[in-house]
Design a protein around this ligand. Structure first.
Ligand SMILES: [Zn+2]
Length: 292
């Protein structure tokens, strides 16, 4: 399930308005966004019963229920208390995840239909599918807000689609490589781009049952032009064409994919690792040459 076009437009409008009214420019600092929106951010730890009690008191429910609420949400690493204009972030999470969770919950507070959901308990809002769609909308908005909305797309569309450009944007926006990579694929050139995020094949996984493939991201043009290309096909290509690397470039290779019209199109795969993840960008070769 993904966010539909009219909802995307609505979220973009709200994000652009916040950016305009706050006069904030990239790199977008979460503290300045929180200050502009008059939101408070606290950190909680599941290991500290004291903090949890304070939180339970705040939302006036029993500690047990508070624990359940937090456990349910823990994979998102943050909570929003609408009646208090306050968001709570799990401090045991790694820093990039805390930052993502902070932007995510900030977006819940600025989308009016989310406020209705978090304050109310109507039959519709109890549907788990409805809640999932709100989470996707908050993620969509979090990425837009942290990268300065349209500002990112305009600048990114002016770059050569390769990892050098993504790294330059990452330095400018001061966000993680992973979030910058994802934003670049979906919001830069209006061309077929794809990206694969996987656990590096040369790293021993802590959990052998954990799949190596983490995310498969495609631009709209890739989805329309190459609907039959699956992530496992690309992952096998990455496995055969990359080399163990601590940080940075992990290999570049060319290969062909068949598009929806049955034509063969040559692509460049370019892999980069931030130590924890192997991120491979797929760009049509002809496009990369023409944009150079
Ligand atoms: Zn959420």
């Amino acid at each position: 399930m993904s966010v539909d076009d009219s909802t995307r437009r609505e979220i973009n409008k709200i994000v652009e308005r916040i950016l305009r009214d706050s006069s904030l420019e990239p790199p977008i600092d979460i503290n300045e966004i929180l200050a502009f929106l008059k939101l408070h951010r606290d950190f909680y730890s599941l290991d500290e019963p004291g903090l949890l009690k304070k939180f339970a008191h705040r939302i006036q429910i029993g500690t047990n229920k508070a624990i359940n609420v937090i456990r349910d949400k823990v994979k998102l690493a943050a909570l929003w208390l609408p009646e208090e204009t306050r968001i709570l972030v799990d401090e045991s999470q790694p820093k990039p995840k805390q930052l993502w969770a902070s932007f995510h919950d900030t977006v819940h507070t600025v989308l009016p239909w989310h406020r209705d959901f978090f304050l109310g308990d109507t039959a519709q809002t109890l549907e788990p599918e409805y809640q999932d769609s709100l989470e996707e909308e908050a993620n969509y908005g979090a990425s837009a807000l942290m990268f300065g909305g349209e500002r990112f797309s305009t600048a990114a569309a002016d770059t050569v689609p390769c990892w050098d450009s993504i790294c330059e944007l990452q330095r400018l926006h001061k966000k993680s490589y992973t979030t910058t990579f994802r934003r670049y694929i979906e919001h830069s050139h209006k061309v077929p781009l794809a990206g694969l995020i996987s656990v590096p094949w040369w790293k021993r996984s802590a959990d052998p049952n954990q799949p190596r493939l983490k995310h498969f991201i495609v631009s709209r043009q890739f989805l329309l032009g190459f609907p039959n290309i699956s992530a496992p096909t690309l992952l096998a290509m990455v496995r055969g064409n990359t080399r163990p690397t601590k940080f940075g470039s992990a290999g570049e290779f060319t290969f062909s994919l068949t598009n929806i019209r049955g034509e063969s199109v040559e692509f460049i795969g370019e892999a980069f690792t931030n130590q924890h993840e192997l991120m491979t960008l797929f760009v049509p070769s002809a496009l990369r040459r023409s944009i150079h």
